[in-house]
Design a protein around this ligand. Structure first.
Ligand code: XBP
Ligand code: MG
Length: 253
């Protein structure tokens, strides 16, 4: 089966939104609400194992603030998270987070080659819109046939639900796609949906287990700025382009 579509995770894959966007926004939201919770970069690395901002806050409270009590915890956490989303979208609109190396180029090359594009993420839908619109322009939202985000499915990653949702909407077999992820949870979600997956690591995920990935890279690379491969078959390619993706796809079929 030939390669027809590319499906991208967002946080950590398209941009370093976790460190420069979400973490900053969580801490600003806590401060604005008078809460003395401060998440360090180190702690956030652990908290990222829990996908979904609201679940992440609840995990933090249980593990690090066991004495904390609120009579309506679900609503309280939802209200903190709503404020965090407002702050996050403001930060992104201010241009706080650029796309990672090679992302914009690959989108353009894939579109020119007639590959279909989609997004599969656990983040809140408005966070995706604002990141795409701010980095690539509002019209780029139309480049993605499906934007699967947040609670549109019952179970967040590492469950495969969001990938199944996207594949169903596109009416595509997993065999004809490649997924792009940055984390263990993301890889588990993608491979559980039978997707061949390319990993670009970041500072939070560099020590994660990526056993079933096709290849593990430090980023997508650019002409003249080669990627560094941590695992995968040796290649003469120095940056991820459509030819290399077709090669990887054929090799792993
Ligand atoms: C992303 C997430 C999200 C973001 C924060 O994971 O887990 O929770 O960290 O966004 P992935 P929200 O990259 O695997 O999709 O606060 O909107 O949940
Ligand atoms: Mg991610």
């Amino acid at each position: 089966m030939s390669l027809k579509a590319l499906i991208f995770d967002v946080d950590g894959t398209l941009a370093n939104t976790e460190r420069d966007g979400h973490l900053v926004a969580f801490n600003l939201a806590f401060a604005e609400l008078g809460l003395d919770w401060v998440w360090s970069n180190y702690l956030y690395g652990e908290l990222l194992n829990i996908t979904g901002g609201q679940l992440r806050i609840k995990y933090y409270l249980k593990k690090y603030r066991p004495e904390f009590y609120h009579s309506d915890l679900d609503n309280f956490v939802a209200s903190i998270h709503a404020l965090k989303t407002k702050i996050y979208t403001r930060l992104i609109n201010e241009g706080a987070v650029p796309l990672r190396v090679g992302v914009s180029r690959l989108f353009n090359e894939a579109r020119a080659a007639g590959l279909r594009l989609a997004i599969a993420t656990t983040t809140t839908p408005e966070n995706v819109d604002v990141l795409i619109a701010n980095t690539l322009g509002r019209e780029a939202l139309g480049w993605f046939e499906v934007i699967g985000a947040g609670n549109i499915v019952p179970k967040l990653k590492p469950a495969a639900d969001i990938y199944h949702f996207v594949l169903d909407k596109m009416n595509l077999d997993a065999d004809s796609c490649i997924a792009f992820e940055d984390s263990h949870n993301g890889l588990v979600a993608a491979t559980s949906a039978n997707l061949k997956t390319l990993i670009t690591i970041n500072e939070y995920t560099k020590s994660h287990q990526f056993d079933n990935a096709m290849v593990i890279l430090d980023n997508l690379g650019e002409e003249g700025a080669p990627f560094v491969m941590t695992a995968g078959d040796a290649t003469t390619n120095t940056y991820v382009n459509v030819d290399y993706l077709r090669e990887l796809h054929a090799k792993h079929s």
